[in-house]
Design a protein around this ligand. Sequence first.
Ligand code: PGA
Length: 249
Amino acid sequence: MRIIVTEDYQSMSRKAAMMVAGQISLKPDSVLGLATGSTPIGLYQELIKMYQAGDLDFSKVRTFNLDEYYNLSADDPQSYHYFMYDNLFNHINMKPENVSILDGMASDFDRECREYEKAIRDCGGIDLQILGIGVNGHIGFNEPDSALNVYTALVDLTDDTINANSRFFDSPDLVPRKALSVGMGVILRARRIILLASGENKAEAIRETVSGLVTTNTPSSFLQLHPDVNLIIDKAAASLLDGELIRSV
Ligand code: PGA
Protein backbone atom coordinates (compact mmCIF):
# COMPACT_ATOMS: atom_id res chain seq x y z
CA MET A 1 0.00 0.00 0.00
CA ARG A 2 1.41 3.39 -0.97
CA ILE A 3 0.27 6.23 1.26
CA ILE A 4 0.47 9.74 -0.11
CA VAL A 5 -0.51 12.48 2.30
CA THR A 6 -1.41 15.86 0.88
CA GLU A 7 -1.82 19.23 2.54
CA ASP A 8 -5.54 19.53 1.86
CA TYR A 9 -8.53 18.37 -0.19
CA GLN A 10 -7.50 20.36 -3.30
CA SER A 11 -4.03 18.85 -3.48
CA MET A 12 -5.48 15.37 -2.82
CA SER A 13 -7.80 15.91 -5.79
CA ARG A 14 -5.02 17.20 -8.06
CA LYS A 15 -2.70 14.32 -7.17
CA ALA A 16 -5.43 11.77 -7.90
CA ALA A 17 -6.28 13.50 -11.19
CA MET A 18 -2.64 13.26 -12.25
CA MET A 19 -2.70 9.51 -11.64
CA VAL A 20 -5.98 9.03 -13.52
CA ALA A 21 -4.65 11.18 -16.37
CA GLY A 22 -1.49 9.07 -16.49
CA GLN A 23 -3.60 5.92 -16.73
CA ILE A 24 -5.72 7.30 -19.61
CA SER A 25 -2.70 8.72 -21.43
CA LEU A 26 -0.89 5.37 -21.34
CA LYS A 27 -4.02 3.37 -22.19
CA PRO A 28 -6.70 5.50 -23.91
CA ASP A 29 -9.25 2.66 -23.72
CA SER A 30 -8.79 2.22 -19.97
CA VAL A 31 -11.58 0.68 -17.92
CA LEU A 32 -12.15 2.91 -14.88
CA GLY A 33 -14.11 2.03 -11.76
CA LEU A 34 -15.71 5.23 -10.44
CA ALA A 35 -17.05 6.34 -7.08
CA THR A 36 -19.63 8.87 -5.93
CA GLY A 37 -19.92 10.89 -2.71
CA SER A 38 -18.32 14.19 -1.69
CA THR A 39 -14.76 12.93 -1.82
CA PRO A 40 -14.18 12.40 -5.57
CA ILE A 41 -15.92 15.64 -6.68
CA GLY A 42 -12.62 17.57 -6.63
CA LEU A 43 -10.93 14.83 -8.66
CA TYR A 44 -13.72 15.01 -11.26
CA GLN A 45 -13.37 18.81 -11.42
CA GLU A 46 -9.63 18.45 -12.08
CA LEU A 47 -10.28 15.88 -14.83
CA ILE A 48 -12.80 18.25 -16.44
CA LYS A 49 -10.17 21.03 -16.41
CA MET A 50 -7.63 18.72 -18.06
CA TYR A 51 -10.17 17.77 -20.72
CA GLN A 52 -11.06 21.42 -21.36
CA ALA A 53 -7.36 22.25 -21.70
CA GLY A 54 -7.10 19.56 -24.39
CA ASP A 55 -4.88 17.34 -22.25
CA LEU A 56 -7.25 14.40 -21.82
CA ASP A 57 -9.44 12.42 -24.18
CA PHE A 58 -12.20 10.22 -22.75
CA SER A 59 -13.59 9.02 -26.09
CA LYS A 60 -12.31 5.46 -25.63
CA VAL A 61 -12.58 5.26 -21.83
CA ARG A 62 -15.03 2.75 -20.36
CA THR A 63 -16.44 3.27 -16.85
CA PHE A 64 -18.25 1.20 -14.25
CA ASN A 65 -19.62 2.79 -11.09
CA LEU A 66 -19.44 1.12 -7.72
CA ASP A 67 -23.05 1.39 -6.65
CA GLU A 68 -26.52 2.87 -7.01
CA TYR A 69 -29.38 3.43 -4.61
CA TYR A 70 -32.26 0.97 -4.67
CA ASN A 71 -35.48 2.29 -6.14
CA LEU A 72 -34.16 5.63 -7.40
CA SER A 73 -34.49 6.25 -11.11
CA ALA A 74 -31.59 7.52 -13.21
CA ASP A 75 -33.16 11.01 -13.49
CA ASP A 76 -33.69 11.37 -9.72
CA PRO A 77 -31.25 14.11 -8.60
CA GLN A 78 -30.28 11.91 -5.60
CA SER A 79 -29.34 8.96 -7.79
CA TYR A 80 -25.73 8.17 -8.53
CA HIS A 81 -26.57 8.17 -12.24
CA TYR A 82 -27.55 11.81 -11.91
CA PHE A 83 -24.46 12.55 -9.78
CA MET A 84 -22.07 11.10 -12.35
CA TYR A 85 -23.55 13.01 -15.29
CA ASP A 86 -23.79 16.22 -13.28
CA ASN A 87 -20.29 16.07 -11.80
CA LEU A 88 -18.34 14.49 -14.66
CA PHE A 89 -19.86 12.93 -17.77
CA ASN A 90 -21.81 16.00 -18.97
CA HIS A 91 -18.55 17.97 -19.06
CA ILE A 92 -16.21 15.58 -20.90
CA ASN A 93 -16.30 13.56 -24.12
CA MET A 94 -17.36 10.23 -22.58
CA LYS A 95 -19.54 8.19 -24.91
CA PRO A 96 -22.81 7.29 -23.09
CA GLU A 97 -22.53 3.72 -24.39
CA ASN A 98 -19.21 3.42 -22.54
CA VAL A 99 -20.79 4.32 -19.18
CA SER A 100 -22.17 1.58 -16.92
CA ILE A 101 -24.01 2.22 -13.67
CA LEU A 102 -26.13 -0.35 -11.86
CA ASP A 103 -29.86 0.19 -12.39
CA GLY A 104 -31.56 0.82 -9.04
CA MET A 105 -34.94 0.27 -10.70
CA ALA A 106 -34.12 -3.07 -12.34
CA SER A 107 -37.03 -5.51 -12.21
CA ASP A 108 -34.71 -8.49 -11.67
CA PHE A 109 -31.84 -7.47 -9.37
CA ASP A 110 -30.01 -10.78 -9.48
CA ARG A 111 -29.88 -10.61 -13.24
CA GLU A 112 -28.85 -6.94 -13.20
CA CYS A 113 -25.94 -7.77 -10.86
CA ARG A 114 -24.84 -10.84 -12.86
CA GLU A 115 -24.91 -8.93 -16.14
CA TYR A 116 -22.95 -6.04 -14.61
CA GLU A 117 -20.18 -8.39 -13.54
CA LYS A 118 -20.18 -10.04 -16.95
CA ALA A 119 -19.88 -6.63 -18.66
CA ILE A 120 -16.83 -5.85 -16.50
CA ARG A 121 -15.27 -9.21 -17.37
CA ASP A 122 -16.05 -8.77 -21.08
CA CYS A 123 -14.10 -5.48 -21.07
CA GLY A 124 -11.08 -7.24 -19.63
CA GLY A 125 -11.61 -6.08 -16.01
CA ILE A 126 -11.07 -2.75 -14.29
CA ASP A 127 -7.70 -1.10 -14.88
CA LEU A 128 -8.03 1.59 -12.24
CA GLN A 129 -10.60 1.67 -9.45
CA ILE A 130 -11.32 4.94 -7.61
CA LEU A 131 -12.65 4.47 -4.09
CA GLY A 132 -13.92 6.70 -1.32
CA ILE A 133 -14.32 5.26 2.16
CA GLY A 134 -17.19 5.40 4.65
CA VAL A 135 -16.62 6.46 8.25
CA ASN A 136 -17.33 2.80 9.04
CA GLY A 137 -14.72 1.51 6.55
CA HIS A 138 -17.15 0.58 3.78
CA ILE A 139 -15.92 0.57 0.19
CA GLY A 140 -18.62 0.73 -2.43
CA PHE A 141 -21.58 -0.23 -0.27
CA ASN A 142 -19.79 -3.22 1.19
CA GLU A 143 -20.81 -2.52 4.77
CA PRO A 144 -19.15 -3.94 7.92
CA ASP A 145 -20.73 -7.31 8.72
CA SER A 146 -19.86 -10.83 9.81
CA ALA A 147 -19.33 -11.72 6.13
CA LEU A 148 -18.86 -9.69 2.94
CA ASN A 149 -20.28 -10.17 -0.55
CA VAL A 150 -17.82 -11.32 -3.16
CA TYR A 151 -20.31 -10.66 -5.94
CA THR A 152 -22.42 -7.65 -6.86
CA ALA A 153 -25.70 -7.64 -4.94
CA LEU A 154 -28.62 -5.74 -3.47
CA VAL A 155 -27.47 -4.78 0.04
CA ASP A 156 -28.86 -3.21 3.21
CA LEU A 157 -27.17 0.01 4.29
CA THR A 158 -26.06 0.37 7.90
CA ASP A 159 -27.34 3.12 10.20
CA ASP A 160 -23.89 4.80 10.04
CA THR A 161 -24.14 5.06 6.28
CA ILE A 162 -27.78 6.14 6.29
CA ASN A 163 -26.88 8.89 8.80
CA ALA A 164 -23.85 9.99 6.78
CA ASN A 165 -25.89 10.09 3.56
CA SER A 166 -28.80 11.96 5.12
CA ARG A 167 -26.93 15.26 4.64
CA PHE A 168 -27.84 15.07 0.94
CA PHE A 169 -31.56 14.50 1.52
CA ASP A 170 -34.32 16.86 2.70
CA SER A 171 -35.36 14.45 5.43
CA PRO A 172 -33.73 11.35 6.97
CA ASP A 173 -36.84 9.34 5.98
CA LEU A 174 -36.02 9.89 2.31
CA VAL A 175 -32.55 8.27 2.53
CA PRO A 176 -32.62 4.90 0.76
CA ARG A 177 -32.08 1.90 3.04
CA LYS A 178 -30.82 -0.38 0.28
CA ALA A 179 -28.47 -0.14 -2.66
CA LEU A 180 -26.97 -2.22 -5.43
CA SER A 181 -23.22 -2.50 -4.95
CA VAL A 182 -20.36 -4.29 -6.61
CA GLY A 183 -18.95 -6.97 -4.32
CA MET A 184 -15.50 -7.09 -2.79
CA GLY A 185 -14.41 -9.42 -5.61
CA VAL A 186 -14.94 -6.74 -8.25
CA ILE A 187 -12.95 -4.19 -6.24
CA LEU A 188 -10.09 -6.52 -5.38
CA ARG A 189 -9.75 -7.75 -8.97
CA ALA A 190 -9.08 -4.18 -10.22
CA ARG A 191 -5.46 -3.98 -11.40
CA ARG A 192 -4.82 -0.74 -9.57
CA ILE A 193 -6.74 1.07 -6.84
CA ILE A 194 -6.73 4.67 -5.65
CA LEU A 195 -8.52 5.30 -2.37
CA LEU A 196 -9.25 8.94 -1.51
CA ALA A 197 -10.06 10.27 1.92
CA SER A 198 -10.30 13.77 3.32
CA GLY A 199 -11.10 15.10 6.77
CA GLU A 200 -10.70 14.08 10.36
CA ASN A 201 -13.91 12.05 10.39
CA LYS A 202 -12.16 9.53 8.09
CA ALA A 203 -8.98 9.26 10.21
CA GLU A 204 -10.08 6.22 12.20
CA ALA A 205 -11.28 4.33 9.13
CA ILE A 206 -7.96 5.12 7.44
CA ARG A 207 -5.97 3.85 10.41
CA GLU A 208 -7.92 0.57 10.38
CA THR A 209 -7.50 0.33 6.59
CA VAL A 210 -3.73 0.69 6.81
CA SER A 211 -2.72 -1.02 10.01
CA GLY A 212 -5.74 -2.78 11.49
CA LEU A 213 -6.43 -6.49 11.26
CA VAL A 214 -7.99 -7.66 8.02
CA THR A 215 -11.57 -8.07 9.15
CA THR A 216 -15.06 -7.97 7.68
CA ASN A 217 -15.81 -5.34 10.36
CA THR A 218 -13.65 -2.99 8.27
CA PRO A 219 -14.19 -3.91 4.62
CA SER A 220 -11.45 -1.49 3.50
CA SER A 221 -8.88 -3.51 5.51
CA PHE A 222 -9.00 -6.13 2.71
CA LEU A 223 -7.13 -3.61 0.55
CA GLN A 224 -4.02 -4.63 2.52
CA LEU A 225 -4.12 -7.86 0.49
CA HIS A 226 -4.09 -6.08 -2.89
CA PRO A 227 -0.75 -5.57 -4.66
CA ASP A 228 -1.33 -2.07 -6.05
CA VAL A 229 -3.26 0.25 -3.73
CA ASN A 230 -2.54 3.96 -3.50
CA LEU A 231 -4.06 5.90 -0.64
CA ILE A 232 -4.20 9.59 -1.46
CA ILE A 233 -5.39 11.26 1.68
CA ASP A 234 -5.17 14.67 3.24
CA LYS A 235 -3.39 15.49 6.49
CA ALA A 236 -6.57 15.34 8.53
CA ALA A 237 -7.50 11.86 7.27
CA ALA A 238 -3.90 10.74 7.95
CA SER A 239 -3.82 12.18 11.47
CA LEU A 240 -4.01 8.81 13.27
CA LEU A 241 -1.37 7.05 11.13
CA ASP A 242 2.07 6.13 12.30
CA GLY A 243 4.36 8.69 10.59
CA GLU A 244 6.86 6.12 9.33
CA LEU A 245 4.34 4.65 6.92
CA ILE A 246 3.75 7.90 5.16
CA ARG A 247 5.24 9.67 2.20
CA SER A 248 4.15 13.30 2.38
CA VAL A 249 3.80 15.41 -0.73
P1 PGA B 1 -18.12 10.63 1.05
O1 PGA B 1 -18.58 9.11 1.01
O2 PGA B 1 -17.12 10.79 -0.04
O3 PGA B 1 -19.37 11.42 0.77
O4 PGA B 1 -17.54 10.87 2.40
C1 PGA B 1 -17.62 8.13 0.88
C2 PGA B 1 -18.26 6.76 0.96
O5 PGA B 1 -19.26 6.61 1.67
O6 PGA B 1 -17.74 5.84 0.33
